[in-house]
Design a protein around this ligand. Structure first.
Ligand code: ADE
Length: 332
């Protein structure tokens, strides 16, 4: 057995993920336009000794929205309080969350597109004038009391910014879109993560994992962790190209990061719908997937790599998709 590094002793995946999360701006690779914008906003707020304006981050899952919130909290020397759209159900939930805020706190709300209207409406005055309105009692005897909140910053993250109501969207001082990463940046992230995990990796394996990562740090780190598992159980002390390929094979992920479900989706468009165009609902029914998952997870990457196109009448498979599926069959 290879020697165990400290990082490997009984740490579950979540703990490892938090170890891999960048803890400084220097370690946060890519997204240069966002870092540049934030630098100005945060420096100005610090200079004025104020909380920063409310911020909205949007983009695909796993691109580093939560990590940015953590870095901002660190930069502002502030507490980060974390909530998420689906867990804030009733007015009481948001009132409790807001009334627990202390001067300068940062409230991070993940999956903000899943906030219900009641919660969104409670947030408007909180964001705009640091007030919450609480209705006490019911019917004619009810009355509204108004609570003042301390200065705070709301950071919201979402994969679906179009689902936020426009009054909510307009209350953010800045909105930043996280893009997919460049392969060279993903390679830097993989090398850094391997170092933290205490596992050797050669350049061939770094490149294989990066190309299968869907340009997404979270996926790159996940593939690295699985390659490390594979190496460990096979008594291999370094992740090389063969280990990386075998790991992808086990996970049924191809060289460009497509999983079975992605390939089923492409095959459905080609075989069941004659190459398209086909609407998302029909496609969802054909492959037994959730329409939202198709729109949020599969499609953005398939569009990005030019396998499908979205037209006004539906999704169309491109020549590249036909070619890829033929090649994958040959590989298998
Ligand atoms: N993990 C998530 N986002 C990252 C980034 N931008 N750089 C390094 N590691 C990350």
């Amino acid at each position: 057995m290879p020697k165990k590094s400290i990082a490997k002793t009984n740490k579950d995946d979540q703990v490892i993920d938090s170890m891999l999360r960048p803890s400084s701006w220097q370690d946060y690779i890519g997204q240069e336009h966002i870092k540049k914008g934030l630098r100005v906003i945060l420096a100005a707020a610090k200079k004025r000794n104020e909380s920063s304006d409310h911020l909205l981050f949007y983009g695909q899952a796993g691109l580093g929205k939560t990590t940015l919130a953590n870095l901002i909290a660190k930069e502002m020397n502030a507490n980060l309080k974390i909530a998420s759209g689906p867990t804030l159900e009733k007015v009481g939930d948001i009132v409790a969350t807001l009334s627990n805020l202390e001067n300068g706190d940062i409230l991070f709300i993940d999956e903000a597109h899943r906030l219900n209207r009641v919660i969104e409406e409670a947030l408007y005055p909180a964001m705009e004038s640091r007030k919450i309105h609480i209705i006490i009692g019911k019917g004619p005897a009810s009355r509204t009391i108004c609570l003042d909140l301390p200065p705070f910053t709301l950071i919201a993250a979402t994969t679906r910014p179009n689902l936020l109501s426009s009054p909510l969207r307009s209350r953010f001082g800045a909105a930043f879109r996280l893009d997919y990463y460049e392969v060279k940046d993903i390679e830097i992230i993989i090398k850094r993560s391997a170092e933290i995990l205490g596992i050797g990796i050669d350049l061939g394996a770094v490149s294989i994992i990066a190309n299968a990562s869907r340009f997404t740090p979270r996926i790159a780190n996940r593939l690295l962790k699985r390659s490390r598992d594979f190496a460990e159980v096979n008594n291999i002390n370094m992740i090389d190209s063969e280990t990386a390929y075998k790991t992808l094979n086990l996970l049924e992920i191809d060289k460009i990061g497509l999983e079975i479900a992605d390939r089923q989706l492409l095959e459905a468009i080609i075989k069941k719908f004659n190459g398209g165009p086909v609407g998302a609902s029909n496609l969802a029914a054909a492959i037994g997937e959730d329409k939202e998952i198709i729109e949020e997870v599969f499609e953005p990457y398939l569009i990005r790599i030019g396998m499908i196109q979205r037209t006004s009448s539906g999704r169309v498979a491109t020549e590249k998709a036909y070619k890829h599926l033929r090649n994958v069959k040959h590989e298998v």
